[in-house]
Design a protein around this ligand. Sequence first.
Ligand code: CAA
Length: 384
Amino acid sequence: MDLEFSDEQRMVRAAARRFVDREITPVIGEYDRTETFPKGVFVRLGHDGLLGGPIPMEYGGGGLDYVGYALLLEEIGRASSSFRSAVSVQISLVALSIFKWGTAEQKERYLPRLCRGEAIGCFGLTESEAGSDAAGVTTRAAQEGERWFLSGSKTFITNGGVADLALVIAQTDPEMGYKGLAAFLVEREESPFTAMPILGKLGLRASDTAEIIFERTDVPEKNLLGKVGEGFEVAMSALDQGRFSVAAGCVGTLEGCLEASVDYVKRRKQFGRAIGSFQLVQDMLARMKVDADAARFLVYRAALLKNKSIKDTVEVSIAKYFASEAALRAASDAVQLFGASGYLDEASVARYYRDAKAATIYEGTSQIQKLIIGHDLTGFRAFA
Ligand code: CAA
């Protein structure tokens, strides 16, 4: 494993940092306060060529290797997990799924638009009764000739309100269980669906979250992604990508917590000296630093497997579980170090704290990640 970044990886990190410093950091507090998604900033990220991720350049992508992609996500995650969530969904869950499962026509039709930020994607798996139990999806897809009709609703969908394209997992035959699931690319303009905003979240307030509703939404056969019966595999492979991006974003959260905390404890004086000189404070900083480094290397391990197209479900679960829990611990300690001033809504560490909790829940809870790891260790499935 090479511990040095390549020139290309350094360049993407620098470009992401410039974008973040110019476009995200100055405004994200206000978007967070007003629970609004900065759609214009997201579109500009695409214009600047930073929404192409690992999608090959022939489809308008960035052609990044996965370490480079992790660095991009880390930089964005350091500034805002809300914004990083939108990027994760766009690139990891939607574009990379189309790249893996799509026909040549689907790739040509959707990937350039997603990579340039001209279309926003969302990933419709979760339902009110199908969260961790992803195979329990009841949104129905009924075939009539060359068309499919989708009925049902998906909830807690990141980008749901602003999406032009939804990757939707639906059930074609309830008798078949998860083997009856299929994935569809639902273009909002030709196959309209309704979105109801979900507000009042603990964190990720600058992220667009919606329930999306399908009422006999008419989807052409050509928009089937993969084959009927492959929907669960499409969803799980999407999550192998999505969880990786969450873990990489959490490395950014860890770095952000560390940076803010070190800066603060050097400036803040109590008992006549900088609080950074106290052993109990250094204990918290040291733990944060070790967690940040450990999370980073778990992410890079998964990245190296992805670079070689080696199946990495377990390594991704390990990275996602560790990085999200570590980010939450770090954010909690950062608030503790800032004391009352870190407890205010406008404090960056308060936002890290509120946002970090989501990473332990979405794209598979920490408990689900542990069950995936446990299954790999024992061969026993927790669910029949
Ligand atoms: N890649 C490819 N195939 C996979 C796979 C993967 N990563 N994981 C499982 N499969 C396949 C299995 O090989 C198996 O196929 P066969 O029967 O042909 O062997 C099939 O899928 C069923 O697998 P399991 O028996 O392991 O499935 P399970 O039901 O026991 O457990 C689970 C699956 C791990 C619990 C899964 O349901 C899961 O990950 N749940 C969590 C769902 C989740 O993460 N939801 C988040 C939604 S996205 C989101 O957060 C919204 C957003 O906007 C950000």
